[in-house]
Write a protein that binds this ligand. Sequence first.
Ligand code: GLU
Length: 339
Amino acid sequence: MSHDTQNTVSTGSLPGPDVVEAVLDEAYERFRDLDEGTVIEGVPALADAEPDLFGVALMDSDGAEHIRGDARHQFSIQSISKAFAYALVCQEIGHDAVLERVGVDNTGVPFDSVLAIEHNEGHPMNPMVNAGAIAATGLAPGDSSAERWDFLLHGLSRFAGRELEIDEAVYRSESRSNQRNQGLALLLEGHGRLSGDALGVVDVYTKQCSLLVDARDLAVMGATLASGGVNPRTGEQVVDASIARDTVSVLASTGMYERSGEWLFEVGAPAKSGISGGIVMVSPGKGAVGAFSPRLDDAGNSVRGRKVSAHLSRALGLDVFASRPPSDLPSEGPRVRRR
Ligand code: GLU
């Protein structure tokens, strides 16, 4: 079932720009010297990242932006592309078809694991880790890898509001070291769960992961999901409001690898991270935060990105689960506190 969000949204608004600026200063200063975590190894072009980089950007649903630090430093989007590729594919083939072909559940296993496929008779389950994301990329419309790539490049660029480009060094490096992803794709194909030729789909997936973005781009892309699918900078409707809603709901349970539950408990807003150190966090109706810092925790989430997102969520009311008691209850009203 798809949801009509027209009359059924429950969101609120951000504090005014002065408060946002002050909170961003505080958050950035608090975590700028934190050096916990390690840069990803295994993909040579990513292992070379400068560990001290730290940028944060916030874009509200009206398109106002606030940035700090290295928010304009470019890095490859990696796994964060999965969120937006998923939205684009859902838009093309519909909520139910993606649910049936790919699934929406966290698998609790590392991002490049084959276990979820084998445990679920070929059903990849989680579109935010590699098996499910490769299956989703295979669902992009087109008769060839070139057409599928064109669709995704164009769609991801519409989310960012500018033409995105591939980091050729990362693309080449990942293409030489992505045998696991090729294995996942062949396994999916063997289970009849992949459209398109397996190695061609992995190539498109590798390209999508190699697109260059900065933290500010992530904030624009996230703010598009937070604003009923309309890019607040360009005004373009990139996906329907119902698809933006579906995508954000999937991020809530799957976006932060095996730490998705812990993230939701601590931070309270749907998010997606990638192994190059980016995080996008979406607060429906309010806006989005893009963060970048290459040192990762053992699940693959940026340590400073995680901390700064948690701080901003609390200080700016981005947490989608937080509420306060109503202030307008009559004094004789039903407020009963039992001891
Ligand atoms: N390109 C990486 C891979 O497929 C992305 C991993 C990630 O960011 O989680 O392995």
